[in-house]
Design a protein around this ligand. Structure first.
Ligand code: GRG
Length: 416
């Protein structure tokens, strides 16, 4: 079972930058002090939203935060959030993964059954990552969201089986994209083991990714709901467009942040948002519920990627199961770098040349660690999680809804 992949940090490592209110503070009390780095980044974010009214996606990603200070209250305890969720049977679950896993027994066996059509070598390659070593973050969110939405409607067992199939499909699309991503990045290790491309070569790895994606498409079509099919095929387009966006870069700082958030949504959050939406569509006819499910998934998904970008600077490779500073080595300027660049404008030139000169990667890493880029990115992730909690709290109370609230905190405190 893939539960407990995170190690709890009892309190979030984020500390507010000087001049910004701390977690738990009721808001901004008293007159504003001198602008801090936190103020500067908030102004920066607000500026790019205002300057780019045409940029609808980024607007929708960020307009959730009309009051930057309200996010400092992330650590208020949502009344619905609790450490122990109780199901109708009276069983207690102290973590969302245990609760979600009740619906996912046999997940990887079932995925492997979907891949049975292939020849021996292709079978071995495409099954390679379905070994229980991943966090299964997406299937867990999907089954919890399914139950949290189903409470709004009476559903048959058939619907629940289709929702479980969405969890499988989401994990398969995710895995196919990992296999392709590793080819593009020429990555050597993932989840603490060699990548498919390193073992079997790039050409076969591309085909293995294609095979997983085609098996996911067959499983999706079998559900037989055209709305759900179009929701999840949108994800595949977003993944490709997100990866494509990552290949490019922007000169202007404001555009750079918008570009980063759009890429983050497409590469990571779209799959979570749309899988949540798909199970809500299957479980309940109310479009309001569909929108809540989508918004929760979108906000948690963006936060998940922001924290992923932070961990690339704060963890060692053993903990990550892959090399660290990987993003810098790939020439990518993620959240911590973009925030650090506000404090150290000399980083601009390095960003523009994609850290390609000898010593750039090490120097950029040092700048990031000397700046509050890690804290600011974590703070931004908190803001997205806060928004996710606000959305999911609109659903009727259920153990699964509470588990989803808890999961948003785990996203922030995860160390893997
Ligand atoms: C083949 C559908 C398809 C897409 C091709 C290559 C590509 C376009 C997209 C890449 C998308 C990608 C790999 C995004 C990274 C998302 C991410 C945060 C991955 C890490 O997720 P975890 O930490 O991984 O949940 P585990 O190992 O736990 O499953």
């Amino acid at each position: 079972m893939a539960s407990c992949w995170w190690s709890w940090r009892r309190c979030c490592s984020w500390r507010p930058a000087a001049g910004s209110p701390g977690p738990g503070s009721p808001g901004r009390a008293g007159p504003p002090g001198p602008p801090s780095a936190a103020d500067a980044s908030a102004q920066f974010l607000n500026a790019f939203i205002l300057q780019m009214p045409y940029f609808n996606l980024v607007k929708s990603l960020t307009s959730a935060f009309p009051n930057r200070y309200s996010m400092s209250r992330f650590h208020h305890s949502t009344s619905a959030a609790c450490c122990h969720s109780r199901t109708q049977s009276g069983e207690q679950y102290s973590d969302p993964f245990k609760l979600g896993w009740r619906d996912l027994n046999g997940l990887y066996e079932d995925i492997r059954k979907e891949l049975l059509i292939s020849t021996t070598e292709l079978k071995e390659m495409s099954e390679y990552y379905f070994d229980g070593k991943g966090k299964a973050f997406r299937p867990i969110i999907v089954v919890l969201m399914a139950r949290a939405c189903n409470i709004h409607h009476n559903n048959s067992r058939d619907v629940q089986a289709s929702q479980r199939s969405i969890a499988l499909v989401a994990e398969m699309i995710h895995t196919a994209s990992l296999v392709h991503d590793d080819v593009i990045d020429d990555a050597s290790s993932r989840r603490g083991k060699h990548t498919v491309n390193k073992i079997w070569g790039e050409k076969k790895a591309v085909l293995a990714g294609d095979l997983i994606l085609s098996a996911a498409s067959i499983a999706l079509a079998r559900i037989g709901n055209t709305t759900v099919i179009s929701i999840l095929t949108q994800v595949i387009e977003d993944l490709v467009r997100g990866e494509f966006l990552q290949l490019g870069s922007k000169e202007n700082e404001t555009e750079r942040f918008a570009h980063y958030l759009e890429k983050t949504f497409k590469k990571t959050a779209s799959l979570i948002a749309n899988s949540c939406k798909a199970v809500s569509v299957l479980g309940c006819p109310d479009p309001v519920v569909h929108e809540i499910a989508y918004q929760y998934g979108k906000n948690v998904g963006i936060a998940f990627q922001l924290i992923d970008d932070v961990l690339d600077f704060t963890l060692c490779s053993d903990q990550m199961g892959k090399p660290t500073s990987a993003d810098l080595k790939l020439g990518l300027a993620t959240g911590p770098v973009l925030f650090a660049c506000q404090q150290f404008p000399e980083m601009n030139a390095m960003i523009m040349r994609r850290f390609s000169l000898p010593g750039d990667v090490d120097r950029a890493r040092q700048y990031v660690l000397q700046s509050d880029g890690v804290q600011q990115t974590t703070y931004l992730a908190q803001r997205y999680c806060h928004e996710a909690v606000r959305e999911i709290s609109k659903l009727r109370p259920s153990p699964e809804r509470d588990a989803l609230i808890q999961l948003s905190e785990i996203v922030l405190t995860r160390e893997k």
